[in-house]
Design a protein around this ligand. Structure first.
Ligand code: FES
Length: 126
């Protein structure tokens, strides 16, 4: 039996987000209501209902990273935001020993700085 979450993750992996028309298909495949699917879709922050920007930066704000400057790094990263670059926060990327950590389009950066994030954004741009 496929779960609603797994189905939504599969849709997002294919399209980059979950389009409206996928909700009914997931509901039917999972023998659930559209309300159930919508509830799961809107509960998990990592599931998107709109196409993602070209570059997504997620700056860790977990405690270990905060102890080594994650809040200041978030302010620096926010200055890099644009129509094509989204800056978001996350709580722990599993890279605590190399904090402050961030992720640029899925690429993990340890001991991140504003400069290393800017460089990673340039490399990630299509
Ligand atoms: S707290 Fe930042 S990677 Fe774990």
């Amino acid at each position: 039996m496929t779960t609603i979450l797994a189905s939504l993750q599969a849709v997002q992996a294919e399209h980059g987000y979950v389009p409206d028309d996928a909700i009914a298909r997931v509901a039917e495949a999972c023998n659930a209501s559209r309300a159930d699917v919508y509830g799961v879709l809107t509960f998990y922050r990592d599931l998107r209902t709109t196409p993602p920007p070209a570059v997504t930066v997620r700056v860790c704000q977990g405690e270990a990273c905060q102890a080594v400057g994650a809040r200041a790094l978030m302010r620096q990263a926010s200055d890099l935001s644009s129509d094509h670059v989204a800056i978001d926060h996350v709580y722990c990327l599993g890279n605590c020993a190399l904090g402050p950590a961030c992720e640029v389009n899925g690429r993990l950066l340890g001991r991140a700085t504003g400069a290393s994030i800017a460089e990673a954004i340039q490399e990630a741009r299509p």
